[in-house]
Structure formats: C-alpha cells, structure tokens
Design a protein around this ligand. Structure first.
Ligand code: NAP
Ligand code: ZN
Ligand code: ZN
Length: 349
C-alpha cells in the first residue's frame, strides 16, 4: 500500500502537524496521483475546528487537488501516467440513485464519499484529503484540467470554482443581469470572475474597503463597503441575483432587501450558526432565498472547460505546507488574496 506523507489536525481546533497514512493499492478503476497543489478552502477550517460538528480525527483536509497521474488501473481509459488531473470535494458515490444518474452526485441518496472527513462507500474506511503527497481516486471522480492554466492557479477551481459557477448557471446568470457578490474571499473572487464572464454587471459587498481596487480588477463595476449596516438603507432594490459567500454569521435580511422583485439570493457560504430571516423580506417582492452545494462531476468538468476557454483562474498565494496554521489564522482575518494554495513539494522538506 502506498505510504503517504500528509498534514493532519489531530483533534478539533488543534494545529495541523505532520502525519503519514496508507493509501489503498489502486484497483482496476483507480487513478493514483502525486498531489502537486491543494487549495485551502474555508471549509477546511470549519471542519478542522469541528464548527459544523460530527468531524472525525485525525483529519487530513484538502479538496482542491491538482496532481500528476503516477499510474492507473488496468480498466482506466480516460487518464494515463503523466496527465495533469484534478480532484474536488467528492471521491465516490453510489452511482445508481436518481441524483447520481442525474449527475448531481453531491446529493447521492446514500450520501457521497466526501474527499476528507468522511468515509468511502463502505462507510468504514475514512477518507483523507489533499494536504498529502498522494491520493488514489476512482477514475469517475477524476477531472481533466484545462490546458494553459498554471496548476496552482487551477487548484481552487475544484471547490471555490464549481461552488460559484454552479449557482450562477442554475439561476440563469446572463448578459445584463445585475449580480451582487457578498464577501471577497476564495469563493467570492471566483464568483466575480464567473459572473463578469457570463456578461453580468457585478457589485461586490465587502467588509474590507481595502479590497475595492481588487474587486474592480477582478471584474466588478461597483463596490459597497458593508461594515456599517446603515449603508443598506441607501441602496436601490436592483439585483437579479445575490451570491452570498460569507463564512461567518451575518444578517441575510440586509442582502435580501437589495433584490429586485422575483430576485434570488443564493447562500453559498456556510456559517456554523443559523440566521433569522424575516418573512416580510421575502414576501415583499416575491423574493427567493436558495442554497447551493458544490456541483456534480459533469458540471465541474464543464466549469473547468469554461475556465480554459475564458482564461479564468484563481488569484493565489502559494505557501509551503509548514505555513498552513498561519494561513488559517490569516483567512479568519479576511487576509487572503484570494486563495492560499499549498505546494505539496514542500511536504518532503
Ligand atoms: P474565505 O476565503 O475565508 O472568504 C470568506 C469571506 O467572507 C472573507 O474574505 C470576508 O470577505 C467575508 N467575511 C468573513 N467574515 C465575515 C463577517 N463576520 N461578516 C461579513 N463578511 C465576512 O472563505 P471561502 O473559502 O471563500 O469560503 C466561504 C464560505 O463558503 C465558507 O463558509 C465555506 O465553508 C463555504 N463553502 C461552501 C460551499 C458550498 O458547497 N456551498 C463550498 C465551499 C465553501 P470581505 O473581506 O470581502 O468582507
Ligand atoms: Zn471547499
Ligand atoms: Zn447515489
């Protein structure tokens, strides 16, 4: 069995430390890859600190994985040694239920196998993520990376990318739409790029005035600093879509109030505690409040191909694995421009 170096959280809220684990020997349908880069998602922090409860430890986080194929099983047809490939939030599902057959494996009725802090479909074997040197994944859950995008800048597409692309597609984002993006972090900066590429007019709602110039460079035409909630009283009700990517509890009602009649607010961020929503904020204008969970494999490949065509990648700060705990602290302060990506070559140093 391939022995793999990694970094793991030994218990909830504890700093990540060096760790090693055994990957399974690749079966006929498996791809064995050397991880080159892995993005750092805020979900890694929520889970390593058990903020969503039910986490299992030791935990090797990481679900924005880009790597080079080392070897493939005898039945693998889509990949060969040397290919640059990606793995996102899912590593398996039942493959037969209605959501799986409809390419929405994230809603597998049996519960999908999440890349880490979960189990394989045997419901016993724990899954360990991409803060590691190697992963072994079923071919069906491996993605082709677009040509022409540096692998480190492509890694965040595997979660931050699909999680923002999917709701914009689902809610029909189109030229001329007005889209508000709440929170300019890993997800938020990808949402700005995608909405602008789809022809929308984008406004960033941010607590950080210092991000205004970046917001405009990323494709926004407008910027609202939200630190003082009084600003909302001055805003017209004009947005077709509002994509909320904020990781911490905040008032959804303020953002609902910026929607035009029949407009939709999509909750993408996953704060650990609930937020009260006013009935009148929804009734007055037939507004809609929706959620969105990552995306299925087919749509993730579509998003990667869209990024190849439109030259869309993530703005990243590459870090050595040894800086992971500092990176978490910086993300909690909103101090990331706009995704930390771990260079796994540093694992062996
Ligand atoms: P991130 O890079 O840390 O960005 C979050 C941003 O939210 C920050 O940069 C900040 O932007 C804003 N923010 C933070 N605290 C805030 C507060 N108290 N009030 C208002 N704004 C605040 O995180 P991320 O990786 O993009 O992830 C964002 C959230 O999405 C997390 O909860 C994550 O778990 C979740 N997520 C969900 C899915 C899904 O399938 N739905 C998938 C991946 C991640 P400003 O500085 O601009 O205010
Ligand atoms: Zn994620
Ligand atoms: Zn299923």
């Amino acid at each position: 069995m391939p022995r793999t170096l990694a970094y793991a959280a030994p218990a909830a809220g504890k700093p990540l430390v060096p760790f090693s684990l055994d990957r399974r020997e690749p079966g006929p349908h498996d791809v064995d890859l050397d991880v080159r880069y892995c993005g750092v998602c805020h979900s890694d922090i929520h889970q390593a600190r058990d903020e969503w409860t039910g986490a299992t430890f030791p935990m090797v986080p990481g679900h924005e994985i880009v790597g080079t194929v080392r070897r493939v099983g005898a039945a693998v047809t889509r990949f060969k040694a040397g290919d640059l490939v990606g793995v996102g939030c899912l590593v398996d599902s039942c493959r037969t239920c209605t959501p799986c057959r409809r390419d929405t494996e994230q809603f597998c009725e049996a519960g999908p196998a999440f890349t880490y802090n979960g189990t394989e479909m045997d419901r016993v074997t724990p899954t360990f993520g991409g803060y590691s040197a190697r992963v072994v994944v079923a071919e069906r859950f491996v993605l082709r990376m677009p040509a022409g995008i540096a692998p480190e800048a492509a890694a965040p597409l595997l979660c931050a990318g699909i999680t923002t692309y999917s709701p914009l597609r689902q809610w029909g984002c189109k030229p001329g739409d007005r889209v508000g993006v709440v929170g300019l972090g890993g997800l938020g900066h990808m949402a700005v790029k995608f909405a602008a590429a789809m022809g929308a007019e984008v406004t960033v709602f941010s607590t950080s005035r210092a991000k205004e110039a970046d917001a405009r460079r990323l494709g926004a035409t407008d910027f609202v600093e939200t630190r003082d909630p009084a600003v909302f009283a001055t805003l017209p009700k004009r947005y077709d879509l509002v994509l909320d990517t904020v990781s911490a509890p905040h008032d959804y009602n303020l953002h609902l109030a910026t929607l035009r009649p029949h407009g939709t607010m999509i909750v993408d961020g996953a704060p650990p505690t609930p937020t009260p929503v006013s009935a009148f904020g929804l009734i007055m204008g037939n507004r809609r409040l929706a959620g969105s969970l990552i995306g299925g494999l087919r749509e993730t490949q579509e998003m990667l191909d869209f990024c190849g065509t439109h030259h869309i990648a993530s703005d990243v700060e590459v870090i050595p694995i040894q800086a992971i705990n500092t990176a978490y602290e910086r993300m909690l302060r909103g101090d990331v421009r706009y995704r930390f990506v771990i260079d796994l070559a540093t694992l062996a140093t």
